[in-house]
Write a protein that binds this ligand. Structure first.
Ligand code: 7PM
Length: 282
């Protein structure tokens, strides 16, 4: 299996690690300050040294209940980082739901659009479809970042998540986007209860049966805090455990903060898989 992106056709025969690069402003700045750009670029370089396969650049926090970031602010944060990082020759993803951001980062040469809203904002699907080859990650989110945890999903989480993602993927293909460009993501933590999040991992095979590559974003999520009692900065080990379990259950891309630790742990999974007897000719 492969993931077609703007400049790279990514081999998904082993799980890829997508390192998170948040372009967040220092204290009172609105972002776009040279220092914020430089800090994000330094962080991205470190993640590549740590073994990241893809960098995911984001300029808006989607923390439950967080205010929306105006378009100009998000552009000021993200564009300078993308402009510099495209020259590194590594797959670059941009975490945004705004069509104007998508358009501009694709013009700069970004490889992947990672959208927590699955291209539901006006013009977003068209912006992706207008590009000849960019990759796209479609994520399931219940309601929106402001309201998703106020009233989480009810009942069996699998059918609504699966049908939503399949519908979004079909809508995109109807606009002319090749299936090979599309990756799906159940959206861990986005409007689900703790139990529903873990059901999405336990039953990940049912998501994979849709026939698309899967991205799993467990890194530092609150479901891990609910089980361990740890605050977000202390959730590295639970995050690595969840990433390895997701990979073992067939996830193709792992979106993580702690790249070095995740890459180390995935080497053990690879060793186990290499040692497993393969079904062969009788
Ligand atoms: C605050 C709370 C800040 C939560 C950021 C977040 C995902 C994503 C995010 C995911 C994909 C985070 C989230 N999560 N994109 N963007 N999948 N595809 O924990 O799970 O990074 S933002």
């Amino acid at each position: 299996m492969h993931w077609q992106t703007s400049r790279f056709r990514l081999d998904l025969s082993r799980p890829l690690v997508m390192g998170i690069v948040n372009v967040t402003p220092d204290s009172f700045s609105d972002g776009g300050r040279h220092a914020d750009t430089a800090a994000a670029l330094r962080h991205g370089e470190q993640l590549l040294k740590d073994g990241a396969d893809i960098l995911d650049i984001g300029g808006e926090s989607t923390r439950p209940g967080s205010p929306r970031v105006p378009l100009e602010v998000e552009l000021a944060r993200v564009l300078p980082v993308v402009r510099a990082a495209v020259s590194w020759g590594v797959p670059l993803s941009v975490d945004t739901y705004k069509s104007a951001v998508m358009q501009q980062v694709l013009d700069l040469g970004a490889d992947i659009i990672n959208d927590i809203a699955a291209l539901r904002e006006p013009g977003a699907a068209e912006a992706v479809a207008a590009h000849p080859a960019c990759g796209v990650c479609l994520m399931h989110m219940h309601r929106d970042p402001q309201t998703m945890q106020v009233q989480p999903m009810a009942g069996d989480v699998l059918p609504p998540v699966l049908s939503f993602l399949e519908l979004r993927a079909q809508a995109l293909q109807a606009l002319g986007v090749d299936k090979a460009r599309i990756v799906l993501d159940p959206g861990i933590g986005f409007g689900k209860t703790v139990e529903q999040n873990f059901a999405l991992l336990a039953r990940q095979g049912e998501l994979l049966a849709a026939g698309y590559p899967l991205l799993a974003g467990w890194s530092r999520k609150s479901a891990l805090g609910a089980v361990t009692g740890l605050d977000a900065p202390q959730r590295t080990i639970p995050s690595v455990a969840a990433a390895v379990l997701a990979a073992e259950r067939g996830a193709h891309v792992l979106r993580v903060h702690d790249v070095r630790e995740t890459v180390q742990a995935l080497k053990i999974l690879a060793a186990v898989q290499a040692a497993a007897p393969r079904p062969g000719p009788p």
